[in-house]
Design a protein around this ligand. Structure first.
Ligand code: NDP
Length: 452
């Protein structure tokens, strides 16, 4: 039997190989390190996982599609963006994962997101594989007509790669209900099929699930509450800092408030707002969801309890809880040190990989409960899978039923991560628990299905 340290040496060699074979993809390297650095205990304990080629297959996407997306802006000028879909692993079900429209998107970013998605989807216990896609298109400042033309051009290539039994995209940064609507319309037009289960996050009334918009934020708050419960505490009366002001941030703030916590911040790429009375969600939704404005408008209209800090980071505001809900690597070592100094008890990731590895290490060393995104933000994809189930049965469930299922799934993910970490000698380490539990489920399916 190989020891843990021999296994770690093998995994370290593989990580070097991954960096070599995938140059200039730092986010993908970071995501691969984060997972492979925690797998030694399970690979050493279960020899079948050391089978040559298993982990090598896991880190290589099954398929990567890159394509040109030409479209015309309102002035008639032709613009050219790049589209991506990385179909990473389908051992557990059709590829499933969102589309991101943001200027920072490149192949490495999509691969990091797709890799994370494999384990996240496995943790939900539902039958979904891992994938991700998007474009370097920036929807900010674009008219509805421009966004529609872009989405139609994007789908004109993407449609041939997706399908309810093949690959089912959803939203992510820059892709919400409006974009999913345009994408779905174009898919329907090209294929001449009403195939509701090809995209999730659809509008209510044409196949969308109730609670899907809320699911990622609500689920993350439920995960944070479960981590606090392990420590004999609850959310009531806790102060929380939340970053971002998009889909995930808004519904994180909504659930925190409903459960008695005081969410005092939100942000966007221009800076952050701190509101000592707690974020007024009606105002934030009006500015962000209806007007598509910036967060400084919130401070202007809210009155004396709120102020806008241009360029700042929410982590400097003292709080019991931190819920990063914007983007990758938005909480670094310095931010973690500040949070710890201010007495933070738990950090739960609504965004994907928002906390740098150094910051995660520091938080865990300081005894802060840390919920990694692949567990804590899995509620979104879980309700997407429930949307697929409703589409398949041509039915729609009540909000109460979906929310109950979401709560059960988040509790089960928390328990799985917690118990798995204990079983492999890392009590309280949700990163190790999530990675190993997700890996076991995918690896078992891959081994059973042969070398493909
Ligand atoms: P949205 O586009 O709705 O909101 C994104 C928010 O983050 C905006 O406030 C945006 O500000 C801010 N932001 C994005 N990029 C940056 C950046 N580079 N620097 C500073 N701020 C930034 O996206 P979502 O809320 O859907 O996604 C947020 C995070 O949650 C992402 O990491 C996503 O992968 C993750 N996630 C989302 C799920 C979902 O269901 N939507 C599911 C699971 C995870 P600005 O407008 O100024 O760019």
């Amino acid at each position: 039997m190989t020891t843990r340290s021999e296994t770690q040496t093998t995994l370290d060699h593989l990580l070097t190989e991954i960096e070599h074979r995938n140059p200039a993809q730092p986010e993908f390297h970071q995501a691969a390190h984060e997972v492979l650095e925690t797998l030694a205990p399970v690979v050493a304990a279960r020899p079948e996982y050391a089978e040559p080629g298993l982990i090598e297959r896991l880190v290589e996407p099954e398929r990567q599609v890159m394509f040109r997306v030409p479209w015309q802006d309102d002035q008639g000028r032709v613009r050219v963006n790049r589209g991506f879909r990385v179909e990473f692993n389908s051992a557990l079900g059709p590829y499933k994962g969102g589309l991101r429209f943001h200027p920072s998107v490149n192949l490495g970013v999509i691969k990091f997101l797709g890799f994370e998605q494999i384990f996240k989807n496995a943790l939900t216990g539902l039958g979904i594989g891992g994938g991700k896609g998007g474009s370097d298109f920036d929807p900010h400042g674009r008219s509805d007509a421009e966004v529609m033309r872009f989405c139609q051009s994007f789908m004109t290539e993407l449609y041939r790669h997706i399908g309810e039994h093949t690959d089912v995209p959803a939203g992510d940064i820059g892709v919400g209900g409006r974009e999913i609507g345009y994408l779905f319309g174009q898919y329907r037009r090209i294929t001449n099929r009403w195939e509701a289960g090809v995209l999730t996050g659809k509008g209510q009334g044409w196949g969308g699930s109730l609670i899907r918009p809320e699911a990622t934020g609500y689920g993350n708050v439920l995960f944070a509450a479960a981590m606090l419960r392990e420590r004999g505490e609850d959310l009531e009366g806790q102060t929380a800092v939340v970053s971002g002001s998009g889909n995930v941030a808004i519904y994180t703030i909504e659930k925190l408030t409903a459960l008695g916590a005081n969410a005092v911040t939100c942000s966007d790429s221009s800076g952050y707002v701190v509101d000592e009375k707690g974020i007024d969600l009606d105002l934030l939704k009006q500015i962000k969801e209806v007007e598509r404005g910036r967060v400084d408008a919130y401070a202007e209209r809210r009155g004396s309890s709120a102020r806008f800090v241009p360029g700042g980071r929410v982590w400097e505001v003292p709080a019991d809880l931190a819920l990063p809900s914007a983007t990758q690597n938005e909480l670094d070592e310095n931010d973690a040190a500040t949070l710890i100094r201010n007495g933070v008890k738990a950090v739960s990731e609504g965004a994907n990989m928002p906390t740098t590895p150094e910051a995660v290490h520091l938080l865990q060393q300081a005894g802060v409960a840390f919920g990694p995104g692949k567990a804590a933000n899995a509620g979104g994809v879980a309700v997407s899978a429930l949307e697929m189930a409703q589409n398949h049965a041509r039915t729609s469930w009540t909000a109460a039923r979906v929310e109950e299922e979401l709560a059960d799934i988040m509790t089960s993910i928390h328990t799985t991560c917690h118990e798995t970490a204990e079983r492999y000698g890392a009590p309280g380490d949700y990163v190790t628990g999530a990675n190993i539990a997700g890996f076991e489920r995918v690896a078992d399916a891959m081994l059973a299905q042969g070398v493909i």
